[in-house]
Design a protein around this ligand. Structure first.
Ligand code: AMP
Ligand code: ZN
Length: 116
């Protein structure tokens, strides 16, 4: 398995730092965001390290990509029956701070558009 020894989210995948996990299998881990931006805010990540969505798109197996999207949809629909949002930030202009691909699944409040 491809992991980065210095990556914060790889450490969560390996169980080296704690997280409030809501889902885990061989391909995907999901856990509550430490600094929630909505009443429900879960991060969904691939267990294989990829720095961002572009890197994941180049390197991931079709199975890993399928599982990541499936888990986002399953968690989103369970946390947000009235609606939810899935976001990934890539690069400085988008505000990415952790360089391991993660989808934010946000629910539990009305959200505005366009996003800030
Ligand atoms: P981004 O700014 O899109 O890279 O999002 C990174 C997210 O990771 C932020 O929403 C942080 O609150 C969250 N975060 C950082 N460290 C942790 C951690 N140890 N456990 C859970 N969430 C974290
Ligand atoms: Zn990583």
């Amino acid at each position: 398995m491809s992991t980065d020894p210095t990556c914060l989210f790889c450490k969560i995948v390996r169980g080296e730092i704690p997280a409030s996990e809501v889902f885990r299998d061989a391909d995907v881990v999901a856990f509550h965001d430490l600094n929630p931006q909505a009443p429900q805010h879960v991060l969904v990540i691939p267990t294989e390290h990829a720095a961002n969505l572009s890197a994941f798109a180049r390197t991931a197996s079709a199975h890993a990509a399928q599982r990541l999207l499936q888990v986002c949809g399953e968690i989103g629909s369970s946390l947000g029956p009235a609606g939810y949002r899935v976001v990934t930030n890539e690069g400085g202009h988008a505000g990415q701070t952790v360089h391991h691909l993660h989808f934010h699944v946000l629910a539990g409040r009305e959200m505005s558009w366009p996003p800030g």
